[in-house]
Write a protein that binds this ligand. Structure first.
Ligand SMILES: Cc1cc2nc3c(=O)[nH]c(=O)nc-3n(C[C@H](O)[C@H](O)[C@H](O)COP(=O)(O)O)c2cc1C
Length: 261
């Protein structure tokens, strides 16, 4: 498992160099439209549990074994990879729903759902159920459950604990979100891509990878008779801080899932 603080350290050093340069070189005045919004939160001064990064799939076949489960992690049962409704029926039944039973999903169904979302379908290469530009696998799935938030580690087939609080009230602005049993948070890690990839391509690839995951979740839910809705209405900076995401990571979309009431 890579040290997530290594990237943070690189960013901080680069930022510090930028500040030093700015103090000696007069900066041109940028038009207001080019001024970036202020960072959502100051860098934490005390160590906090940080979202681990996973190796890219290109290296997944040769990467070392995943870290063992910690005391707050959840070991998932092996995902069911067969059965379900016929694809065309699931496509016909796919839809957004906004009413959810608060009843938790069984662990087996959660494992199946996460595998459908972004699980590893070809262990020999580490490739997943979704396509990915150059197989860089820049989007991770975080599950917000009533007892905490967890990073889905597809390779180890477990949920790695990121936070122990009930973060559901921070998972969206619509009323049903706080009581629905599960919201998936899609998080892109732009540092998974080589430095020469332009910013607009990073944004595009993250959006496309996220879209593929959301549709997999929609189809799984249609097959299982679950309700789901993908959402942009979420306060990303607030949720990112509660999840202790590195400052480099970005929340793309969130998706709530649960049984119908
Ligand atoms: C990028 C994106 C953002 C969305 N954001 C929200 C949202 O914040 N809240 C919501 O209730 N639905 C949201 N939706 C769901 C759409 O409202 C829904 O897909 C659309 O009305 C079509 O309905 P259908 O999914 O049942 O076909 C979003 C969908 C997409 C693709």
């Amino acid at each position: 498992m890579k040290n997530p603080f290594r990237w943070l350290a690189v960013v901080l050093v680069v930022s510090a160099c930028g500040v030093a340069l700015a103090q000696t070189t007069p900066a041109p005045v940028a038009p207001a439209s080019e001024v970036l919004p202020a960072a959502p939160a100051p860098a934490p001064t005390a160590p906090v549990p940080a979202m681990p990064t996973t190796p890219t799939a290109t290296a997944a076949g040769t990467a070392s074994a995943p870290a063992p489960a910690g005391p707050d992690d959840v070991v998932l049962p092996p995902p069911r990879q067969e059965g379900g409704k016929p694809l065309l029926q699931a496509l016909r039944e796919r839809k957004s729903e906004r009413e959810f039973s608060p009843e938790p999903l069984p662990l087996q169904q959660l494992s199946d759902l996460l595998w459908a979302a972004a699980g590893i379908s070809r262990p020999e290469s580490g490739k997943r159920t979704i396509p990915s530009a150059k197989n860089w696998q820049m989007v991770e799935v975080v599950a917000i459950l009533p007892d905490g938030a967890y990073l889905y580690d597809a390779k180890a087939n477990l949920l790695r604990n990121l936070a122990k609080d009930d973060l559901r009230p921070l998972a969206g602005k619509q009323g049903f979100v706080a009581s629905a049993p599960l919201t998936l948070v899609y998080v892109s890690d732009p540092l998974k891509l080589p430095i020469e990839v332009p910013e607009e391509d990073r944004t595009l690839y993250a959006a496309v990878e996220t879209g593929c995951i959301t549709q997999n979740v929609y189809l799984f839910c249609a097959s299982e008779g679950l309700a789901t809705v993908v959402r942009a209405s979420v306060d990303r900076p607030v949720l990112a801080m509660a999840l202790h995401l590195p400052l480099t990571h970005r929340i793309t979309l969130v998706q709530t899932v649960g049984k119908r009431p």
